[in-house]
Design a protein around this ligand. Structure first.
Ligand code: MTE
Ligand code: MO
Length: 429
């Protein structure tokens, strides 16, 4: 494209092709130069009908009881599925972030993290017991829970081990979902835990609530009472339908912004106590080993984070032109205030635009237009939250968390775009 055209379209002065926000957003094909999509418009004389898709000649498939994704989308499945040696259900599966747009994770693609598989629970038999330092012990069945007012919130759940594979010395060759897909977003609906604690009565001694699941491993964690009285929820619905079995059916604790392991699935018991229980799941695991050798427990909030979902490994660029660099940003300490993008490994930055509305403890979709003319590029995103925290570099994260750090990895991700349009995971920024 000629220099003057560049200027007219506002493309001049961009950092390795990244366009400032508000630039050439709609007139994408023109800004990008020749592209296959322009054919129909420029081939004068050919009838438009010849280029359109052919309609089906016979009536199509009938209605169905429960809709499924289009058959051609059957490669969009959870990925990075693995369990610990010798176990069947102690493991994880990940959300294929690179295949999705928007912010909601379809329920069937929500990541899974089980410590002992997921149990089969009869919802008619299941009870939630609230006991300990309460006025009275109470047990709620599902019908009773449905008589309380509910709240609905669209927020993320992230495993604190998400992205830790990036601590390896060499960048793993894997998709965005395999690397970062232990985070998902649902519209969660349920009863605020504060209502149920009100019913039971909170004893003067109570400071912690020990939450326990009905799975074989009885996963349990101590949660500060303050969080339980604030925005904790006993979630019953996920994206409008009952929770999926693997995500806690028929009820789970949901603690917005906190590390995923505290959102106890298949919730069966909440015990109010003056102290944390120091359970297996908050001592042997889910503590952060600091550089000085001490283990820090109860590191609840997930850090500010972002990742470019496209372009990303496995999504090669097929032709030169303008692309939308898009991804997700989130923080366990507030809303996302700003996302910046770089196409040169962090040497220069432009502000990304939000494609959805930022909200507290929720994922936001960002994007920025980028013109790729075959030049090698290093795509990076950097998020800042309303608490004023910005993502660190990988080097800075490792320096402050030490060689034994593992949980809460939230450094910037860099994708390298090669001359042939393929994209690979790379370190640098
Ligand atoms: N009862 C129970 N709750 C649990 C777990 C579990 O194994 N058992 N895994 C925890 C972990 S480590 C995470 S990250 C989240 C994962 O929730 P999801 O499987 O719905 O994505 O659930 C948490 N709650
Ligand atoms: Mo987790």
């Amino acid at each position: 494209m000629a220099k003057s055209e560049d200027a007219a379209l506002g493309l001049a002065g961009a950092a390795n092709g990244l366009l400032g926000s508000g630039v050439a957003r709609r007139r994408l094909l023109l800004a990008g130069g020749a592209g296959a999509g322009l054919l129909a418009a420029t081939a004068a004389g050919t009838s438009a009908a010849a280029d359109a898709s052919t309609p089906q000649r016979v009536p199509g498939a009938p209605m169905s009881g429960y809709g499924q994704p289009a058959a051609a989308e059957d490669s969009v499945v959870r990925e990075g599925i693995g369990s610990q040696p010798g176990t069947r259900g102690s493991g994880a599966s990940r959300t294929p972030l690179q295949a999705l747009r928007g912010t909601i994770t379809p329920s069937g693609l929500h990541f899974e993290r089980h410590h002992s598989g997921f149990p089969t629970i009869d919802p008619r038999q299941h009870r939630l017991l609230i006991h300990g330092a309460t006025g009275r012990a109470l047990a709620f069945d599902l019908e009773q829970l449905h008589r309380y007012p509910m709240v609905t919130r669209t927020q993320f759940l992230e495993c604190s081990g998400n992205s830790a594979v990036l601590l390896r010395e060499r960048p793993v060759a894997a998709s965005c979902g395999v690397i970062h897909g232990l985070v998902s977003t649902s519209e969660w609906t349920g009863v605020p835990l504060s209502y149920l604690l009100d019913e039971a009565g909170v004893g003067a001694q109570a400071r912690w609530v020990i939450a326990e699941g009905a799975d074989a491993g009885r996963m349990n964690r101590s949660v500060p009472l303050a969080k339980c009285l604030d925005d904790a929820m006993v979630a019953l619905y996920q994206n409008g339908e009952r929770l999926r079995p693997e995500n806690g059916y028929p009820m789970r604790l949901f603690l917005p912004g906190f590390e995923g392991n505290m959102s106890i699935k298949w919730l069966r018991r909440l015990e109010l106590a003056p102290q944390p229980a120091m359970t297996r799941d908050e001592t042997s695991k889910y503590t952060d080993l600091r550089p000085d050798g001490r283990a820090e427990g109860f590191t609840f909030a997930m850090g500010v984070k972002s990742v470019i979902t496209s372009p990303s490994p496995g999504l090669a660029l097929r032709e030169h032109g303008v692309y939308q660099v898009t991804g997700l940003a989130w923080s366990g300490r507030g809303a996302i205030r700003r996302v910046e993008l770089s196409a040169d490994g962090g040497r220069s930055w432009v502000d990304a635009e939000f494609e959805s509305t930022p909200a507290p403890l929720a994922q936001v979709r960002f994007r920025g237009a980028w013109r790729w003319q075959g030049q090698p590029a290093l795509l990076v995103s950097r998020a800042t939250d309303t608490a004023g925290r910005t993502q660190p570099t990988r080097g800075a994260w490792i320096a402050s968390n030490g060689p034994n750090g593992f949980y809460h990895y939230n450094a910037m991700q860099q994708w390298q775009v090669r001359k042939d349009g393929t994209v690979v995971n790379s370190y640098g920024v």
